[in-house]
Design a protein around this ligand. Sequence first.
Ligand code: PEP
Ligand code: MG
Length: 846
Amino acid sequence: MQNNPHTTLITTDAPVTANTHGGRAKCLQRLVRLDLPVPRTVALSFDAVHQIAEGEVPNLAAILEQFDPASLLCVRPSSEDPDWGGPGAVLNIGMNDARYVDLSDTMGAEAAAALYLRFVQSYAIHVARLDADVFDDIDMDGSEGLGHSLRAYEDETDEAFPQDRGEQLIGVLRSMARAWDGTSARLLRQAKGAPADAGLGLVIQEMIPGVGQGECGSGVLQLVDSTTGMQQITGRYLSQSQGRDALGEDVAALFLEKDPRGPSLEEVAPKAFAELKEQAALMREKLREEMQVEFVIQNGNVHILDGVRVQRSARAAMRIAVRLAEDGTIPQQEAVMRVDPHALNELLHRQVHPDARRDVLTTAIGASPGASTGKIVFTSAEAQASAARGEACVLVRRETSPEDVRGMHAAVAVLTEKGGMTSHAAVIGRGLGLPCIVGASGIRFQTKKKMLTAPDGRVFKTGDVLTIDGSSGQVLAGQPAMLEAALDDCFQTLMAWADSERDIDIRANADTPADAQTARNFEAQGIGLCRTEHMFFDPGRLIVMREMIFAQTSSGRAAVLERLLPMQREDFVQLFRIMEGKPVCIRLFDPPLHEFLPTTRTGQRELAEALDLPVSDVERRVAAMSEYNPMLGLRGVRLGVTVPEIYDMQARAIFEATLEARQNGAAVVPEVMIPLVSAKREVELVKSRIDTVAAAVASEQGQEFDYRLGVMVETPRACLRAEEIAPQTAFMSFGTNDLTQMTYGLSRDDAGRFMSDYVRQGVFSEDPFHVLDPDGVGELLKLGAERGRSAKPDVTLSVCGEHGGNPESIAICRDLGFDYVSCSPFRVPVARLAAAQLAISSRLGG
Ligand code: PEP
Ligand code: MG
């Protein structure tokens, strides 16, 4: 048999690989090589199993000759990746009437009956394909239960229960092989990432019964906790049991280590427990992984049936990888490679405890990860009032607008009916580290009535408690148990290792001092985008903004802006101080002005009072400023060209803050960024005014300073014309949110409504606002970068759209040789890790 690669006894040198015989077979071979007490096992390859499924009969004699004729057998699946699952194991093959009599003598009638009963029932269900409910009424154990089960089998199949071990084995092998080919099994494993043609191997193992004389039983053991990854012996053991019985819900299983809560294996069988611990430690060291050991104790002796990779939460995965590297079991680089950057996202936020019960109302787009519980509020004012009372609240809006930013600051989570990954709520939510779900159209929003109706008809009103799980996109009723964020030593260690590998810089998008502080905490290398407009929504500034917008003349406007200047200067001083000399890229004002105007009658009346104008005037002006397509209207650099006083004020604030911040702090070289550029002339016009302001500030204060002026490349035209734009600028930062919007002609704010349909039907492989579209938008990035560099080789290139924090998108930027990516502060660690993995795999040639 050794020479037959398809059906082989697992020995130290048998030709077994995970690609041909599956992960379980390969792992068992490793355990055999470690000289662990593994029962004899034969592995069937994917091909062998495939042939069995097609109806071929395997060479039974060759298989059976490997086992003692008196032994029982079990068959377990061995798929290439254990996570892809497979049909359930079948135990006690070989049990028949004669063996039952023999075993009754050696292990007692009850134990023997239990083995036979288990086999009859699983054979009946899995091989003869009888309904499980055939055995529903058989609630007695022992010989009586066995007798009834055998009779039920005969009644249903009109055949006696097969007595021949070979016949039984073939039946089991064939049924498992065919189950793998079934449509539902196929879909299930494909959902877990298995390829359509993934193979199944099978392992046939000699049974160690786990029942009988002396201490007998079965259990599982692992050396770490699956949720936290902390060192802790976990698992269960059940005397007189088989398989994974010890993990059943209503069984009186023992703890493994001594435990105040109840009896333990350590007390019942101290020698076996000590041996097991050693064996588990050896497996960890040699397999270079935390393993769950499946074991049986037979008359006090330990047998290892299997080892599987410990199931783990994201935080456990990180701790396990770091510990393995710290104790020299794996290299640091490998630890960095082992942690999934997407999963890291979870660690940075509180999350719903993996064991908590979830009362899911609906699932929508999880736009900002983490979970928070709070009472529902429907307006920003209510959110602020709630925060003032010290009550956690969830802000529920159809969609958010800049006016809701203060409400979002006050809330612990946000839920919106509309929107997608780059809608306002999503961007701000991520920036604040605030759990956020958008596009929850499964829920009926009646915000005027202050009511939400869940798909199951439950109604939620102001004050009712919801939990927003922005990681999974689930809206939950009530308050499940939570797991706190895990920014511990282990996280810091992994990040430091990642940074030592990385070859692209990571900056953060930060608008406020709090954001900047978060960016520093996550060790961002600077601010890649400060969206200045958010600074004007403070109630004290909003009214001044509105006056400025209503000013009739340029000088009138400049006079009002004078009042905003010191506030804006102070904003920048704070950012510069927090960033301590690291680069800070400030984007000049971007949104359409009318976003700042009041939309309600009350708001318009208040503005009329402040301006000493009739309300009708205000209404008329507001109406006159409305645009059909504001995202394509008077915004970005177009404002800079047509209402230049705003940029003048901002440039002055930036330069004055530069001089102020450097007085007793680090040197600052501010970066000033012009948004929404599409033509060279726009840059020329704005640049000349900004240069003039810089010269004026330098001469007024008698101090020189440097600054860098750059453009945001977020229109397709700016990419195409990069060759003439680049020479005007020190840097070009691709705003991939708008660039995606404009490349697809797809509204950032409305795409959420149909995005899931589009992805489901395969029109888009991913939401392009989430993962950068490599073919279209990526092509524009490539063109823009090449054309920009051809005219100005040292132009700094970066991405500052939301894609900057997405690992797949970072790969594109790195391939294009960008200098940095900039993303929401909370995604900085994800980006640092993803960038490190890209660098490591490209060094390894992968
Ligand atoms: C962008 O468009 O990619 C961008 C970063 O700017 P904003 O999201 O503010 O439009
Ligand atoms: Mg933009």
